[in-house]
Write a protein that binds this ligand. Structure first.
Ligand code: PGA
Length: 233
């Protein structure tokens, strides 16, 4: 089981360090892999606060070139230099607000893996796509832009469930995860309004290998509770 906390645009370096110290002291279960994904400027303080622990620090994106004239972007070698272990790629908020496409996400994933980072690549349908019966086609298209790698994990995040308090039912998650696994044999996380009170049910489905948690990862008690639910699932 892998539980990843996506902090999005929350927690500067000081707050990140304080949170990571609390996480370190929270006695999280040994059988759950835990990672946090702070904003770029908070990565180094998170890495330092979590030194000598098993908790990994991931970025929220990564550019496809090693260096170059790409204002506002950060590459795998730069992330590695500050001790970052992996990165998210292709989150739906990047697709919605910053023009991320299947092709650009695929290029970022390849570069991150080649650069020695672990990757959590995000896929998932919008509400309109689900209502038009296009969920499976969208998943096939998005996953089709990726290739198998032993350091690749996919997060299935139905866009209509992100930050909305609406979660996919465990059956919907299981079905989507089975589709993904039929295309690429990699661990698949569920994401979209995962909270302490729904985590156990979602994580209990056989094709659910963990969770990508947004809002509930910002609070130490709720994030630790989700990690403990993962241990029991
Ligand atoms: P949420 O976010 O848990 O706040 O719905 C999940 C995500 O966007 O990764």
């Amino acid at each position: 089981m892998l539980i990843a906390g996506n902090w999005k645009m929350y927690k500067g370096p000081r707050e990140a360090a304080a949170f990571c110290r609390e996480l370190r002291d929270a006695a999280l279960p040994d059988d759950v892999d835990v990672v946090v994904c702070p904003p770029y400027v908070s990565l180094e303080s998170a890495v330092q606060a979590l030194a000598d622990t098993e908790i990994g620090v991931f970025a929220q994106s990564c550019h496809w070139e090693r260096e170059g004239a790409f204002t506002g972007e950060v590459s795998a070698p730069i992330l590695r230099e500050v001790g970052v272990y992996g990165t998210l790629v292709g989150h739906s908020e990047r697709r919605q607000w910053f023009g991320e496409t299947d092709d650009s996400a695929g290029a970022r994933v390849r570069a991150a893996l080649e650069g020695g980072l672990h990757v959590i690549a995000c896929v998932g349908e919008t509400l309109a796509e689900r209502e038009y019966g296009e969920t499976e086609a969208v998943i096939r298209r998005q996953v089709g832009a990726l290739e198998y790698d032993e350091n690749l994990v996919i997060a299935y995040e139905p866009v209509w469930a992100i930050g909305t308090g609406r979660t996919a039912t465990p059956e919907m998650a299981q079905e989507a995860h089975e589709t993904i696994k039929s295309l690429l044999d990699v661990p698949v996380l569920y994401g979209g309004s995962v909270k302490p009170d729904n985590a156990a049910e979602l994580l209990g489905r056989p094709a659910v290998d963990g969770a990508l948690v947004g809002g509930a990862s910002l609070d130490i008690d709720s994030f630790a509770a989700i990690c403990r639910a993962a241990s029991r699932s």
